[in-house]
Design a protein around this ligand. Structure first.
Ligand SMILES: NC(=O)c1ccc[n+]([C@@H]2O[C@H](COP(=O)([O-])OP(=O)(O)OC[C@H]3O[C@@H](n4cnc5c(N)ncnc54)[C@H](O)[C@@H]3O)[C@@H](O)[C@H]2O)c1
Ligand SMILES: O=C(O)C[C@H](O)C(=O)O
Length: 354
């Protein structure tokens, strides 16, 4: 008869077989399932595109988040390798890997939050819109899975071009009859993270003390930092305004050029994504006054989507804040931002409706 110790070890060996990183009988994951059920309450989070440049660091940071009890890692390549690696971290979240389209639905069932960094990144000379051809279809397929398997999940959409992929996701959810605008959030947190960093540099402050609202969208001139609303209150010369606005708008391109063909921002993006996902989870938990910027369905301008500060709660973006008082430079920037943004939004929406 197999001893208790041998039985436990044989279960651990089963865990080392990559095919057991997905849900299955007699796998270590059943134990993990029990641990997840019996452990501290937490949220179930899926990362789609988890084996990529953003995905891997994001997976690591989410595994460190005490609010996460179950972490599903989905990709079309290497999902089991990343899962094996991350699963050795001695933190609470139970990690499961899912590889390829046939496992997408298992990856999504029961999730509270789905973070999507799947898709191709830019190379030097490309705009984010150049990624539309490939990433639009990827986002459509993933959102069809979400509509079917976890229609009430909060969705954090990172895949570019965000100005178009968010309208694509909205149309997919509308078609499926599951659309809740509060639950669909385009991630523009990296623009805020950059703005805080660059503004702090100019002011000689610790970036953690600085808060810059960044509104509009997530590409070039659609990224509109509101430097007149920086906290703590401060003032800038017109040269400083010009320098900071350009640097924040071109932050992504700065990284793409420095990486010289090896992709775009991954580490700072994973940091920003986890900061935003954590805010969404604290909102879901019912914490008060969780306010971050995100690209959401909005009536703040005449455009159907716009990035502004939003209050995150149990049902997603529960309150959308107005733009607040802007100076002449920002009002001119807003006109430019809206011109480009409307075209990107329409391009995304018509990808599904045609
Ligand atoms: N919103 C932002 O601020 C922001 C910042 C940085 C990057 N991005 C965007 O995020 C995306 C990912 O960037 P990256 O550097 O991680 O790229 P990457 O190429 O390193 O990783 C992308 C991952 O997506 C996976 N993938 C491709 N098709 C998939 C599918 N159908 N289902 C699931 N996974 C799939 C790939 O296998 C890969 O592992 C890009 O579109 C990039 O432009 C957005
Ligand atoms: O610039 C890119 O292509 C990636 C991302 O949108 C960024 O802002 O870093």
């Amino acid at each position: 008869m197999q001893s208790e110790a041998n039985f436990r070890i044989s279960k651990i060996s089963a865990h080392l077989n990559p095919s057991n990183f997905q849900m299955g009988e007699n796998s270590m994951l059943e134990q993990a399932e029990c641990r997840a059920k019996g452990g501290a309450p937490g949220f179930k989070v899926a990362i789609l595109g988890a084996a990529g440049g953003i995905g891997q660091s994001l997976a690591m940071l989410m595994k460190m988040n005490p609010l996460v009890s179950v972490l599903h890692l989905y990709d079309v390549v290497n999902a089991h390798g990343v899962t094996a690696d991350i699963s050795h971290m001695d933190t609470g979240a139970v990690v499961r890997g899912f590889l390829g389209q046939p496992q997408l639905e298992d990856a999504l069932v029961g999730m509270d939050l789905v973070v999507i960094p799947a898709g191709v990144p830019r190379k030097p000379g490309m705009t984010r819109d150049d990624l539309f051809k490939i990433n639009a279809g990827i986002v459509r397929t993933l959102c069809e899975g979400i509509a079917k398997c976890c229609p009430n999940a909060i969705v954090n959409l990172i895949s570019n071009p965000v100005n178009s992929t968010v309208p694509i996701a909205a149309e997919v959810f509308k078609k499926a009859g599951t659309y809740d605008p509060k639950r669909l959030l385009g991630v523009t947190m990296l623009d805020v993270v950059r703005a805080n960093t660059f503004v702090a540099e100019v002011l000689g402050l610790d970036p953690r003390e600085v808060s810059v609202p960044v509104v509009g969208g997530h590409a070039g001139v659609t990224i509109l930092p509101l430097l007149s609303q920086v906290k703590p209150p401060c003032s800038f010369t017109s040269e400083e305004c010009e320098y900071l606005t350009k640097r924040i708008q071109d932050g992504g391109t700065e990284v793409v050029q420095a990486k010289a063909g090896a992709g775009s921002a991954t580490l700072s993006m994973a940091y920003a994504a986890v900061k935003f996902a954590d805010a969404c989870l604290r909102g879901l938990r019912g914490d008060a006054n969780i306010v971050e910027c995100a690209f959401v369905a909005s009536q703040v301008t005449e455009l159907p989507f716009f990035a502004t500060r939003v209050r995150l709660g149990r049902t997603g973006a529960e309150e959308i804040f107005q733009l607040g008082p802007m100076n002449e430079y920002e009002r001119a920037g807003l006109v430019e931002a809206k011109k480009e943004l409307i075209a990107s939004i329409e391009k995304g929406a018509s990808f599904i409706s045609k």
